[in-house]
Design a protein around this ligand. Structure first.
Ligand code: COA
Length: 427
């Protein structure tokens, strides 16, 4: 009869061990009992980049990469993107359920009334050079917020955690918008509490002389893009938030670690790389030669392929629809034609079919952001604003998880054996 366990024979000793299996995993710590003798530390696993290690239990986001499924708290991303607002999604991710009207009103009210930042934050931002990268500004300013709210260190108090989550959701768009204005040499536009979350964010970025005529199609498109980025389970930046947060530091510091991780080109920067690639291709007629170059191993087709999705990224499908709506408003981005043709050719090509390489979320998002008027170095900031609800929900879940301790991986030491210190004149 099948039992939920794994029998392992250690061929060094001939001993057999039985390891329980639950949720399709064995506990790495159970391997520690496998020893050659009493002095042996015990067996460990070696898993650089956590390719096959579940580091937590999570009830927030479900992904089936083979089937192209993404769900937030059980709700399919397609339905969420179609129907929900960004703040509803933030509530859902944090609380586990969609809010009632009364809950949503309270949540929205709380976030709306924390949108202002201390004026000293503005002094920090003004200290950055005129050409400072907006993501670097966001990273620095969010880290600095912890000094304005020293009470945030009381992470053991649920009411306190709630306030800090609200503060972060309220203030990050303000700082992100100020960073946008800074890079254009424009005066900062203060939050307007009569506008909704997205409306206020867009207004702070684009208002000139206190005036901005919102385009509801573009605003909803931005909201959908942010929703599509809101969580993606244990990715690099979320793992950073969890690992740093596991030291019980305040959430402003933990979230700034997430922003730092997202700043890296392998994580948040791919849509920028897609635009550069489309620029390089320049014309539809150059696509076949470009594809041949990629197939020979000279570069990659940016915006294609994913560590988890081995079929069409469900977010990419939704983004394609958003792109149609946005380009109907803004006029066609000439690079879109190249992108569509590139996708068509790649999806028919044996190389990409065999490796299960499909467009990912970044293939079209950069084109949309560009059409909306965002400079390429601002794309990662938009990603950070979108991902914030996920970081906060995962941070809270990590703190509540009794299995969790301070994150502290093991290593295989490959350095020198003990040796005596050598005086400088003898080296
Ligand atoms: N273009 C061309 N070939 C690609 C490719 C791409 N975008 N992505 C993967 N491949 C090929 C690899 O060369 C490899 O081929 P091989 O088996 O002949 O050596 C195979 O597909 C597997 O690639 P691998 O690097 O092992 O996959 P991964 O899961 O580690 O990488 C990505 C995932 C996302 C890093 C990778 O697909 C990539 O670099 N994509 C482009 C960047 C991008 O869009 N990033 C955003 C992710 S949301």
């Amino acid at each position: 009869m099948a039992t939920s366990s794994l029998s392992v024979t250690d061929n060094r000793t001939g001993k057999t061990y039985e390891l329980p299996i639950s949720d399709g995993t064995i506990k790495a710590i159970d391997l520690r009992a496998i020893k050659t003798d009493a002095d042996d530390f015990g067996l460990m696993t070696y898993d650089p980049a956590f390719m096959n290690t579940a580091a937590c239990r999570s009830a927030i986001t479900y992904i089936d990469g083979d089937k192209g499924i993404l769900r937030y708290r059980g709700y399919p991303i397609e339905q969420i993107a179609d129907k929900a607002t960004f703040l509803e999604v933030a509530y859902l991710l944090a609380e586990g359920e969609l809010p009632t009207q009364a809950q949503l009103d309270k949540w929205t009210h709380n976030i709306t009334y924390h949108t202002y930042v201390h004026t000293n934050v503005i002094k920090f931002l003004e200290g950055f050079r005129y050409d400072a990268h907006p993501m670097g500004m966001l990273l620095g300013a969010v880290g600095a917020l912890s000094t304005f709210y020293p009470d945030a260190k009381h992470i053991e108090d649920p009411a306190n955690r709630y306030v800090q989550r609200v503060r972060l959701l309220a203030k990050i768009p303000t700082i992100a918008a100020f960073a946008f204005r800074h890079s254009r040499g424009l005066p900062y536009e203060f939050p307007r509490n009569d506008l909704d979350y997205i409306g206020n964010y867009v207004n702070m970025m684009f208002s000139i002389g206190g005036k901005h005529e919102p385009n509801p199609v573009l605003q909803r498109a931005l909201e959908i893009l942010l929703i599509l980025h809101a969580d993606h389970e244990q990715n690099c930046s979320t793992s950073a938030v969890r690992a740093v947060g596991s030291s019980h530091v305040d959430p402003f510091s933990a979230i700034s670690a997430g922003i730092a991780a997202l700043y890296g080109p392998l994580h948040g920067g791919a849509n920028e790389a897609v635009l550069e690639m489309l620029e390089e291709i320049g014309d539809k007629k150059n696509i076949p030669a470009f594809i041949e170059k990629v197939k020979k191993g000279d570069g990659r087709l940016m915006g294609f392929g994913h560590r988890v999705y081995k079929s069409y990224d469900p977010r990419a499908k939704l983004i394609k629809r958003v792109a149609d709506e946005v380009f109907a408003e803004t006029g066609l981005n000439p690079k879109l034609e190249i992108a569509l043709e590139l996708e068509r050719i790649a999806l028919e090509d044996e190389y990409f079919i065999k490796r299960k390489l499909y467009p990912n979320v970044d293939f079209y998002s950069g084109l949309i952001y560009q059409a909306m008027g965002y400079p390429t170095d601002y794309f990662t900031v938009l990603f950070a604003v979108g991902r914030l609800p996920g970081w906060l929900a995962q941070w809270e879940e990590m703190l509540m998880d009794k299995d969790q301790k301070i994150a502290r991986p093991r290593q295989i030491y490959t350095g020198q054996d003990e040796r005596p210190y050598v005086a400088i004149e003898k080296r």
